[in-house]
Write a protein that binds this ligand. Structure first.
Ligand SMILES: Cc1ncc(COP(=O)(O)O)c(C=O)c1O
Length: 385
């Protein structure tokens, strides 16, 4: 049977070179970076080396990077860390209605703690409007948190412009760049951004490792208390194998970034062309922005069939993709992202997210389209019986 993995936005396969450097550390270099003996000093050197390497690639200073336990922790640290420190200045935060739950559920908690949150709407392509953002700003606004690129539809936000607006009003700006890392070039210094979240397992690195960029001079309340690690911003013994693996993964990602993202665009167009042939151009709809999109994410609705049925049928043929919807106690919860884009119900119910990367080929895209074509033919025959 085929085995085609098209769910890289959920988690990516670890790169063999990343696994190899991590394995060596886990089996041979098990010191604690806080210990003063040779093992500890060696761990510390590796930690510093990994930080230097990540910072060189992301264009920031080593003291601006806090290693964390993943994208969710980075998002939590950014929002709680800043809001608790600045609550005397104001209690208003602006975000968008299509953020990842790592942001939305953090905002729910902040609301319970007395903060006011404005959730900006998006248009049918998934973008916020700068004038909506400008209108939402009040004297009380202390933080704006907007994702770089969306994890369900891939839409990229006008991050540069949002940053400039935030800076001109003296408001801090956090960016969830978990899906954007490795998909677009990112320079922390060039963007007017104060905090930016990253995660290793979206870039062929290990699960449970991430980082938060914190602009120099910006104070942050810690969420975890204990040791003095990460300049008191994140206590806990550092995951040396994890952060070295993360650094290696970004290094590999950034090597030939343009060629690789061009290849993702080729995979995307191959899938779309093959679907047009196998399914018929009038029988699917692409959700998201037509030019401002992350190249590795493609969200498509097939209105003839609901997402879960199509995903299960594809899974039986060895193809793994996903939908934004989650099944909670037997009832299908529709994607909050597609809902916010105000799309018709049939589009919401039939959306599938294809996300691709390391190891995927154009042949796999052709094969996927053929299998979807066959599944839809079966449905059409059944409905005409
Ligand atoms: C946009 C975005 N933010 C945050 C996260 C959470 O990252 P992690 O899985 O590393 O906790 C994800 C994961 O899917 C994501 O796509």
């Amino acid at each position: 049977m085929n085995s085609i993995y098209l769910d890289h936005a959920a988690s990516t396969p670890i790169h063999p070179e990343v696994a190899s450097v991590m394995m060596k550390i886990m089996t041979e270099q098990y010191g604690n970076a806080s210990s003063v003996h040779t093992f500890g000093r060696s761990a510390k050197r590796m930690l510093n080396g990994a930080r230097d390497q990540v910072c060189a690639l992301l264009d920031c200073y080593p003291d601006e990077l806090v290693f964390t336990g993943g994208g969710t922790e980075s998002d939590n640290l950014a929002l709680f860390g800043v809001s608790s420190l600045l609550s005397h200045k104001g209690k208003h935060i602006i975000t968008s209605s299509i953020e990842h739950h790592a942001i939305l559920h953090t905002c729910d908690q902040l609301e319970r703690e007395g903060f006011q949150i404005t959730y900006l709407p998006v248009d049918a392509t998934g973008q916020i409007s700068l004038s909506d953002l400008e209108d939402a700003i009040t004297e009380e606004t202390i933080l704006i948190s907007i994702m770089y690129g969306n994890n369900e539809v891939g839409t990229i936000q006008p991050i540069k412009e949002i940053g400039e607006l935030a800076r001109s009003r003296g408001i801090l700006f956090h960016v969830d760049a978990v899906q954007a890392l490795g998909a677009v070039p990112i320079s922390c210094k060039e963007l007017a951004v104060d905090l930016m979240s990253f995660s290793a397992h979206k870039v062929n690195g290990p699960q449970g490792v991430g980082a938060l960029y914190v602009r120099r001079g910006l104070q942050l309340n810690a969420r975890l208390y204990g040791g003095l690690q990460e300049k008191k911003r994140r206590a806990g013994t550092e995951n040396i194998a994890g952060v070295v693996g993360f650094a290696k993964a970004i290094e590999i990602m950034y090597d030939q970034l343009k060629e690789r993202t061009d290849y993702y665009v080729l995979l995307r167009s191959t899938l779309l062309d093959a679907l047009a042939r196998e399914v018929g151009r009038d029988f699917f709809i692409v959700n998201g922005h037509s030019t401002e999109f992350l190249p590795h994410i493609l969200n498509i609705s097939f209105p003839e069939i609901d997402s879960e049925t199509l995903l299960m049928s594809m899974d039986m043929e060895g193809i793994a993709a996903s939908s934004g919807s989650a099944c909670t106690s037997g009832s299908l919860e529709l994607s909050h992202v597609l809902k916010a884009m105000n799309l018709p119900e049939q589009i919401l119910k039939s959306a599938v997210r294809f996300s691709y990367g390391l190891g995927n080929t154009t042949e796999e895209m052709e094969c996927t389209a053929r299998i979807i074509g066959t599944i839809l033919q079966r449905i059409r025959k059944r409905d005409h019986r």
